[in-house]
Structures are given as C-alpha cells and as structure tokens.
Design a protein around this ligand. Structure first.
Ligand SMILES: *Cc1c(COP(=O)(O)O)cnc(C)c1O
Length: 448
C-alpha cells in the first residue's frame, strides 16, 4: 500500500445515503489508463494538458453505428462530418472504415481532397460556398447540397460556363417537432419552398438532381424526429417520381445523433438518456421502407453523424495546479485545462474524474481552468474527492467539436495523440509554441 494522502481536516455535515442537490451520491471511478497506457505516463511523455483519441473506440463506435443501419436498410453510406473533428488522422480512420467526407467550407473541402477522398465522395454542405469553391466541386463531380436560391442560380450559371452538369441535392428544413426549428439552412418543406427549389432545378435542365438532404439539429434526443424528417424527404422523393419520372439516388439524413455526454441542467446523465444507434436507425429506416417510394427505387441512405461517432473516443488529461477555499468556504480546485480547449463545456457537464486512486471523502468542489478569466469554469459544483497539486484528472467524451472549436488564448494548444489499435500512442497534432504563434505575426518596419 502506498503512502496515504494527507487531507486537511474540515467540519462537514454528514449526509450519507441521502440524496443531495446533486441527486444520489454517485460513485466516481478513476480513469487510470486509456487503452493500456497509464494516464501518468502519457502526461509525462507528451506534456500536460493532453488530448487523447482512442482509435479502438472510434472504430468500435463506427462499426456499431454501421451495423445498426445496414441491418435495417439495404443501402447505407456514412459520410464523416469534418467540422466535428477534422484532424487528418481522425478523418483517415473514418475514411478507412468506408466513410465519405461531409464538408462545409472550402478549407474543409481541400482537407478532404488531401486526405485522398475522391471528389465524387465529398458532400459539400453549408451556406458559404464561393464561386471558386463551387467551380472546384463541379469539376470534381462532388455532391453539392444547395442551401439557398442564390447558390442555385450560381450553379446554373456555372453549369453553362463550365459546360458541365453539376450533381446537386437540396437541403430541406422542416417541422419535426424539435424546437426551435432549424429553418435557416436550406429550403422549407412545410411552406412549399422545397418544391419551388426542386421545380426550378428540374426545369432548368442544367443540374443533375441526385439527392435530398436534411440535418435537423444537433444532440437530438428524440429519435422520432428523424422518422418525421425521413417521411418528409420520402414524400418529396415519390413526388419527383410522379411528377417528373425522376429518380432520387440518395436521401441524406444529416447528423445530430446525441452522444453520451450530459447536457448542462439535465436531470439524468447522457449515458441514460441518449437514444442508441438502433433507435435512430429504426426511426429512419421504417420511414423510408414504409413510404410510397417504389421498392426498386429505394435511395441510398447517407448519414453524416459526427458527435455520436467521435465524442466517446476523445479524452483530455490534465494536472491539478492548486486547491483553495472560496469566500463562502467552498472548495475550489484549479486544473491546467482551460475552457479555451474545451468549448463544449459551455453546454455539457463533462465527466471529470481523478486519474489515480483517491479517498472516499468527497466534497462539493468548483473546478476551474488556468485562465485569468472569470468564465474559465470546468464545473461549477461537483461532488469530488480532494486531489493535491500534481495529481492528474481525466475528462472523457470530448472527441467532438473541441479540437475544431478550441482557441489559442493565454495558453497554447497542447499535443493531441492517438492511441492506435495496438495501444501505441502517436502525436497527431503537435502542441503550439511561441514560434508557431509568432510565425503568423508581422511587425511593421517602423515598429522594429
Ligand atoms: C454539423 C453537421 C453534421 C454533424 O452533426 P453532429 O451533430 O455532429 O452529428 C452533419 N451534417 C451537417 C450538414 C452539419 O452541419
């Protein structure tokens, strides 16, 4: 047995077995190792804080999602949502598993091309596609998902200029019972705008309408919303069949599946409330197979799920810098993980656990990041054991949106490593240094 940790004695009301304002006392399990690598060793080797991605968890999650859909529907294709995590190593793992790329900017488009994705396997979404972006996408036969009428007219103009027939889909927004409705992207189903766009495309004869797309929101906790959305897209599909004899090749249901992270203010943990891939797959596939689309014309089903595929595979490891007491006596712990690295802490109550064994005594604790900024709070209040400076903590389920929305602020962005299938860690994004930051700055000659 190792030396016991000294804890400064305090007086505290005992409430064992009774629910507190946090609910029943939850058991905290330390995360001591990730895929056979001790957290302590990883921090020693790669520095603190440190982002870690488990390739094993990524592949396992992907295969589970794939199975849920392909056992329920004949033709399924996943397309990796770049903005969720566009580190090349991450994208390449999903591409190896068979995912296409789903991008929402010229920058992401170029990244997908550099990752070896063929042009016709890139789905180009989003409201911001410049003429140059569109031209590149048309020449590469990429799948362009039209967001608004101005883009539609740009594409018709481009088709003439390039003497090519762009492959397009329209993004459709609709009432699915999820509010507020995401009606700022694409064409509305319920007020007839989607049909207006489809008719313009069909009558122009300049564009090849290959698909229909929707992305109803993110972290959608009700699978039935997808059933409504898929039914509405199926309705457009069979309408096109009837009106033009035109067959839609794919229906793209977007992303938005919830991960197991817990939303702020949620009463129950995300592990208990998030629907499973099976639930989403049931909702979507039953809408399509029970629709009036002719069986021989059933379209390919594309899914752009991001968060639900990568969140669980991501961890951030850090070190306790200090402990202190707030004016009201509450305990506060300062860690070296700032919210500039953890954008998702604005809407998640992240699971934060010690990386080494700890005593059973827990206390309400505020966990702060290292920034000299009042908003740098990882957890307002968590029932947490006492850790001492130099101890390590682990925050899991941070694979989605943090490594793209992070910012360089006060401190620099740390190393990101991936642990491969054999349990070997590799750096996949190097930590920033003062040199990498200054390389972008320019001082005018008169200030030199
Ligand atoms: C962001 C986005 C996704 C991925 O969403 P998740 O919530 O991460 O699953 C998919 N499609 C489009 C069009 C998006 O904008």
């Amino acid at each position: 047995m190792g030396k016991l940790v000294f804890e400064r004695p305090i007086i505290k009301k005992l409430s064992s077995g009774m629910p507190s304002k946090f609910g029943m006392k939850t058991k905290i399990d330390p995360i001591i190792e990730i895929d056979n690598n001790l957290v302590k060793d990883l921090l020693n080797e790669f520095g603190s804080p440190l982002f870690v991605i488990s390739e094993k968890t990524m592949r396992k999650t992907y295969q589970k999602a794939k199975r849920s859909f392909s056992t329920r529907y004949p033709k399924v294709q996943f397309s990796w949502s770049y903005k969720t995590n566009y580190l090349d190593a991450v994208c390449r793992v999903f591409h190896q598993e068979g995912s296409w790329a789903e991008v929402v900017s010229g920058f992401e488009y170029d990244k997908a091309i550099r990752n070896g994705v063929s042009g016709d396997h890139i789905i180009f979404n989003g409201p911001d596609k410049s003429m140059e972006d569109l031209e590149k996408a048309v020449l590469n036969s990429s799948l362009i998902h039209i967001d608004h009428f101005d883009e539609l007219y740009n594409l018709i103009e481009l088709a003439d200029k390039l003497d090519k027939v762009p492959k397009v889909a329209i993004r459709v927004n609709m009432d699915t019972g999820i509010y507020p409705q995401w009606d700022r992207f694409g064409f509305n189903y319920d007020n007839g705008e989607a049909w207006d766009a489809l008719n313009r495309i069909m009558l122009s004869k300049k564009l090849d309408l290959v698909g229909l797309h929707t992305h109803i929101g993110t972290y959608i906790l009700t699978a039935s919303a997808y059933n409504k959305a898929a039914s509405k897209l199926a309705d457009l599909t069979s309408g096109l069949e009837r009106k033009y004899g035109h067959i839609i090749k794919y229906i793209d249901m977007g992303g938005g599946f919830a991960s197991k992270s817990t939303l702020k203010g949620a009463y129950l943990s995300g592990t208990d409330t998030a629907p499973s891939f099976d639930d989403y797959a049931d909702a979507i596939s039953s809408a399509l197979i029970n629709s009036s689309i002719k069986p021989e014309n059933l379209p390919l089903l594309i899914l752009e799920t991001g968060r639900a595929l990568i969140d669980d595979a991501g961890y951030i490891l850090g070190t306790i810098l200090a402990n202190k007491r707030l004016a009201d006596g509450r305990r506060a712990t300062i860690a070296d993980i700032g919210i500039n690295l953890l954008f998702t802490s604005f809407w998640y109550e992240h699971n934060i656990v010690p990386a080494q064994p700890f005593s059973d005594h827990t206390e309400e604790t505020a966990i702060y990041g290292p920034l000299c900024m009042n908003i740098d709070v990882l957890r307002e209040a968590i029932d947490f054991p006492a850790l001492k400076p130099g101890d390590h903590i682990v925050i899991n389920r941070v694979g989605a949106y943090n490594m793209t929305q992070w910012m360089q602020f006060i401190t620099m962005r740390p190393n990101v490593i991936m642990i491969d299938m054999e349990g070997k860690p590799f750096i996949i994004r190097k930590n920033e240094t003062i040199e990498t930051i200054l390389a972008q700055e320019v001082v005018p000659a008169y200030l030199k």
